[in-house]
Design a protein around this ligand. Structure first.
Ligand SMILES: [Zn+2]
Ligand SMILES: [Zn+2]
Length: 328
């Protein structure tokens, strides 16, 4: 039996699915918001936390959808948050640690099924071509199965193959009113690792990726409406290190020790808000991501006043040419 999906049964399927699972969408565009809309599709780091995917931020305008990083679990979270993946143009990668790239394949598949009109671009520092070549090879069998099953009319084979673009620091995209700037961050020993600033309609968002608080991040964050910065609660990581050491787990203790010098600590972030004029500081890529209200309280200790500890699915809507920040 030939199985070709048309949009209509897909819609019926979606409506039926939404009846049982009200938050599950088809990943296609519906309501157009005039401005920059930022959705957290992942707020965690390699230390797992229930209900949180690893690093991922979606940024949408009426004409664009870009994702910054694609950590484990983030493609599912993006679908649950109804991100219109037919609009997805590219994934901006900050660096190639696994917690930033492990869901690229799922984003590629989901946006292909949703009706993306061009190959998905993976944009990032040196190495993007190697990662993309490897993923294209790893998913070659899967692409073949999907096309054979659903038909080349629904899933155009050339749209299932990822493309790469290696970038350097500076303005990397300027189109239809959206400007994306890549800037170098400090996440040794990774060089270069980038953060991104996106500007549209007089509004702006800065995403740090993994970084210490640097002069450059302070400069690029100055005047930004929303800054999403990675954050480590040093007191909690040190506590976990000594707990692991005490329990005789030296391997885990060593890893917990090594990570302490390459993420912004919650108290370092005070320097960021003191020296840069920021509309709203919001923390993501939380190390360790808090699992409950008590852990959030412990994490918040020392964090700058007014900073938000983000959760998966949280959105920041920045209407064009206004100063409003709507947080949902
Ligand atoms: Zn990293
Ligand atoms: Zn990371």
């Amino acid at each position: 039996m030939e199985k070709v999906w048309s949009h209509k049964p897909l819609l019926v399927f979606g409506i039926a699915l939404s009846f049982f699972y009200p938050t599950v969408g088809l990943g296609q565009s519906d309501n157009i918001f005039e401005g920059l809309k930022v959705t957290l599709c992942g707020t965690s780091s390699p230390i797992p936390a229930p209900g949180r995917a690893q690093a991922c931020v979606a940024i949408e305008t009426p004409d664009h959808l870009f994702i910054v990083d694609a950590g484990s679990g983030s493609a599912a979270t993006a679908q649950l948050a109804n991100i219109p993946q037919d609009k997805l143009r590219g994934i901006l990668i900050t660096h190639y640690h696994s917690d930033h790239i492990s869901d690229i394949g799922d984003f590629n598949l989901n946006s292909w099924v949703a009706g993306r009109q061009a190959p998905l671009l993976v944009i990032g520092p040196e190495g993007a071509d190697r990662v993309v070549d490897g993923l294209n090879m790893a998913y070659e069998l899967d692409r073949g199965y999907r096309v054979a099953h659903h038909g080349a009319d629904l899933l155009k084979p050339e749209l299932g193959v990822l493309q790469s673009r290696v970038i350097e620091e500076g303005i990397i995209i300027e189109q239809d009113g959206l400007r994306i700037t890549a800037f170098e961050v400090s996440h040794p020993p990774i060089e270069p690792a980038y953060g991104y600033r996106l500007d549209y309609g007089g509004r702006s968002v800065v995403i740090s990726g993994d970084s210490l608080v640097t002069e450059k991040i302070i400069e690029i964050s100055n005047g930004a409406d929303v800054v999403l910065h990675d954050a480590m609660a040093l007191q909690l990581v040190r506590g976990a290190e000594s707990f692991a050491r005490g329990a005789g787990n030296d391997r885990v203790a060593t890893v917990l020790h090594d990570i302490q010098d390459y993420h912004a600590t919650t108290s370092d972030l005070n320097r960021l808000v003191d020296e840069a004029a920021i509309g709203q500081l919001a923390l993501y890529h939380l190390v360790p991501a808090p699992r409950n209200a008590m852990a959030i309280a412990a994490f918040t200790n020392g964090v700058p006043d007014g900073a938000i500890i983000t959760e998966d699915g949280m959105t920041f809507s920045l209407p064009s040419n206004s100063e409003l920040i709507i947080i949902d």
